[in-house]
Every structure is written in structure tokens, then in C-alpha cells.
Design a protein around this ligand. Structure first.
Ligand SMILES: Cc1cc2nc3c(=O)[nH]c(=O)nc-3n(C[C@H](O)[C@H](O)[C@H](O)COP(=O)(O)OP(=O)(O)OC[C@H]3O[C@@H](n4cnc5c(N)ncnc54)[C@H](O)[C@@H]3O)c2cc1C
Length: 408
């Protein structure tokens, strides 16, 4: 896999997949990292509520399949790996489990971490009574009492889903519910559901598995015997992931990087400060980040032939190390493995004199025909070897059209 990308997306949830699809669709070389499976939060949902429009419901697995298929059809390369650090600069450097890569633009779309209360003993009870996924773990609590902590519309939907299996569902709302009147009505009508506003969980009880929670109510402390606790508060963004970019109180990052990350690190979806947490909003956000990444690359590349800034310059490159890489590109500017920006057309030869001569002639004619100011060069260290899979992959990741001449 290439280690040098136009755009790297961190997180292949709906926001990341949308950003990646847009950038790849514009001809950029895009990699999308995910430390788990693509789809993000949607993987945990049976149905997506209020999607594609308010009041409607979409099948979650079907939506994930479509987003992944569209991204891959646009040319996005998926990498199943965790990005542990994003180091700002030109290019941006990403550290991942399988090694470091560079990218001209990075879109951070990591979403938020799981809901946590921040109580002693909580981590030990995750998977032993504490969960953040009604669709996955709800059936384990068939006929048992559970509590749900949260205040938003998705908490209400999770509680309603749990009410179909649990013997009792107590919804503990830290302040006042934020869900709409329809959800309030459905919760009130649901058998076995009780909503307690203005309630804070202060302690967890249980040896090895959860047995009860202690809550602080207006009337004083109270202990609730529950075997399951579903937590949807305290979800945190990717604070500290991007070097020198400060996070807000919830660990989320600003939409655009600051300092050394300005213009090259973008943040989309739930991970962004101030984001509305919904699938529709994440798709819009991701799409906008993808468009911003394309605009950043075009601005950096300068105007293309004909005066429009629609492609990276130069537009035509000769890929042939032995023909001669111009001195100003020979060191540093053309890093190991090639350093070509996205270019429409490449003329590739295996550096045998007759093939090189032929392509140089074609290049001169095309340069004249298209009125190009310059003919670009790019190196590929082993381009003089046979045009094997590695060389073809290298070319395909960089160019839309490749004219090949192989001499002997
Ligand atoms: C319980 C619950 C129910 C919901 N129900 C609905 C609903 O019915 N309808 C609706 O519209 N919205 C719903 N939402 C909100 C919606 O799911 C989110 O707003 C949306 O999925 C956010 O998308 P995202 O791409 O920003 O993040 P996510 O979907 O969270 O995706 C982030 C991805 O980044 C990956 N990742 C994180 N860190 C790294 C890293 N360092 N390296 C590599 N990969 C990384 C993760 O593995 C994940 O795949 C719900 C949310 C919750 C919590």
C-alpha cells in the first residue's frame, strides 16, 4: 500500500466515508483508516431513526453497505488500522499500527468514544452489565431490569428498544430530557418504562457483575437494583489525536486545524466541535470536508492548463528515472516511492532508450497540443524493471491515464 496520499481520512463512519468518497471522486488518492469495521456507530444500530428524513427509518446495515460501496467505487483504499497520532506539517504525518504514512490533507472523522459516567469500577463492569449498545446487548437482558442514562433522542430510542425485552427500563436523565414530544409520548405509553429526570448516578454496585446503581434524586439518594446499565452520556471526542490542535470540553476538535495544522487538517462528523449528532448531519459534514480537501489540493496545485484550477500541475509527467529527473525535483522534492501530485496523464517507460525516446516525443507533442507550460517528471525507483504489479499499482494510484512504452 502507498505511504504517500493526497487525502487520509481517520475514521470510516458515515462522515469519513462521505469525505473519502468526495475526495476520491475528484481524482485524489485517498486512504480511509478505521480501527474497527467501516460504518462507525451505525454498526451498533439496527435501525437509523429520522433518516433519510425526520420521522423515517432506514436499515442500518443497508446504509453502511451503500456508503462503503460508493467510497470504494470512487477509488478509496480502506486501511483497517488505528491512527494513534496526527503530526501537523506539509505533508501531514499519520502514525498507525502498521507504520507511518503522509498525506497532503487529513480529515479527522473519529466520532465520539463510548458513553462513560466516570465512576469508580466502571471500566471493570463494561461487558459485565454496562453497555452502550441496546441492539447488540439488549437480548442478554431479556426479563431483567435495566437502567439507561442519557437525555437525547437516541437515548429515548435505545430505551424503547430495550423495553421490548427487559422486565423494566428506568431512564435516568441527568437534567431535563431533550427528546421531542413524539418520543416523550412513546416513552410514556411504553409499558415497563419509567423516566426519572434530574437524576445523577453516583455509584455502581456489584461484585464482578453489575447488581445495582446508586442515584442522587431531588428526594435524596436511592438504590436501583438493575443488572444492565446503558450509558449514553460522557462520550468524548479525539482530544490529543492531532498535535497542537486544542480540544473543547468534550474532547472534540475545531472544524479546521489551527497553527501548523491550518488548511491541512479538517474535522468532520461527531468529532467536530458543535456537531449535531445525527447520521444526516454527519453525511453533510463529511461531504463538506471532502469538498474542502479537494479545494485545498487544487489551491496548492495552482492553475491547470487552460487557466482553471481543476487539476494538479503539471498536468503531464514523464515517469522515467533514467531519462532524468530535473535537478530541483531530484532531491527531497521527489521522495522515495515517487512524489507526484495527482496528475491527469503520465507517460511511462521502462527507461530503455528506444521507449524513452518514443515517449519523450509523444510528451513534446502533447505539451504543445495542450499548451502546457511545462512537462513534469516523477521518479519511480524501480521503473526500469519490468512493468510488474507494483509498478502498475504505483502508476494507477497517481494517474488517470498512463501511456506505456516498454523497450528492450
Ligand atoms: C446509541 C446511539 C444511537 C444513535 N441513533 C441514531 C439514529 O437512529 N439516527 C441518527 O441519525 N443518528 C443516530 N445516532 C447518531 C449517529 O450515529 C452519529 O451522529 C453518526 O454515526 C456519527 O458519524 P461519524 O462518522 O461522525 O462517527 P462514527 O459513526 O462514530 O464513526 C467514527 C469511526 O472512526 C473510527 N475511529 C475512531 N478513532 C479512530 C482512530 N484513532 N483510528 C482509526 N479509526 C478510528 C471508529 O472505529 C468509527 O468507525 C446515534 C448515536 C448513538 C450513540
Amino acid at each position: 500500500m502507498s505511504t504517500d496520499w493526497d487525502v487520509a481520512v481517520v475514521g470510516a463512519g458515515v462522515a469519513g466515508l462521505s469525505a473519502a468518497r468526495v475526495a476520491a471522486g475528484a481524482g485524489l488518492r485517498v486512504v480511509a483508516y478505521d480501527r474497527m469495521a467501516p460504518g462507525g456507530q451505525l454498526v451498533n444500530l439496527t435501525s437509523v431513526h429520522d433518516h433519510p428524513a425526520p420521522g423515517e427509518t432506514a436499515d442500518s446495515a443497508g446504509l453502511v453497505s451503500r456508503l462503503v460501496a460508493e467510497a470504494q467505487a470512487a477509488g478509496v483504499v480502506m486501511a483497517f488500522d488505528e491512527v494513534t497520532r496526527v503530526r501537523s506539517g506539509t505533508p501531514v504525518r499519520l502514525e498507525a499500527g502498521a507504520g507511518a504514512v503522509t498525506a497532503q490533507v487529513v480529515v479527522v472523522a473519529t466520532g465520539l468514544g463510548p458513553g462513560r459516567l466516570g465512576l469508580p469500577g466502571e471500566e471493570e463492569l463494561v461487558g459485565r452489565g454496562i453497555s452502550t449498545c441496546a441492539g447488540c446487548d439488549g437480548p442478554l437482558f431479556r426479563g431483567r431490569a435495566v437502567a439507561v442514562v442519557g437525555d437525547d433522542e437516541w437515548t429515548a430510542e435505545e430505551a424503547l428498544e430495550l423495553a421490548e425485552v427487559a422486565s423494566a427500563v428506568t431512564v435516568l436523565v441527568p437534567g431535563e430530557p431533550r427528546w421531542d414530544a413524539d418520543r416523550a409520548r412513546r416513552l410514556a405509553a411504553a409499558e415497563r418504562v419509567e423516566v426519572l429526570p434530574g437524576v445523577r448516578v453516583t455509584a455502581l454496585r456489584g461484585e464482578g457483575v453489575l447488581a445495582a446503581v446508586v442515584v442522587e434524586t431531588a428526594g435524596g439518594p436511592r438504590e436501583l437494583a438493575v443488572e444492565g446499565l446503558f450509558t449514553y452520556v460522557g462520550r468524548r471526542g479525539p482530544a490529543g489525536l492531532v498535535e497542537e490542535v486544542p480540544a473543547d470540553a468534550a474532547g472534540r476538535l475545531p472544524a479546521e486545524g489551527v497553527g501548523a495544522a491550518a488548511g491541512t487538517v479538517l474535522v468532520a462528523g461527531d468529532a467536530r466541535s458543535g456537531a449535531v449528532q445525527s447520521v444526516a448531519a454527519a453525511i453533510v459534514d463529511g461531504t463538506a470536508a471532502g469538498e474542502a480537501a479537494v479545494a485545498a489540493r487544487r489551491a496548492a496545485a495552482g492553475p491547470a492548463p487552460g487557466g482553471s484550477a481543476s487539476a494538479a500541475a503539471p498536468w503531464l509527467r514523464v515517469v522515467d528515472p533514467t531519462y532524468g529527473v530535473p535537478a530541483d525535483e531530484a532531491d527531497g522534492a521527489v521522495p522515495e516511492g515517487g512524489g507526484a501530485d495527482w496528475t491527469e496523464v503520465a507517460l511511462f517507460s521502462n527507461s530503455k532508450p528506444n521507449a524513452t525516446e518514443l515517449l519523450r516525443g509523444v510528451g513534446d507533442r502533447l505539451q504543445e497540443h495542450w499548451g502546457l507550460a511545462e512537462l513534469g517528471f516523477a521518479s519511480k525507483p524501480n521503473a526500469s524493471a519490468a512493468a510488474d504489479k507494483d509498478v502498475i499499482d504505483w502508476l494507477a494510484q497517481r494517474y488517470k491515464v498512463v501511456l506505456v512504452a516498454v523497450g528492450d
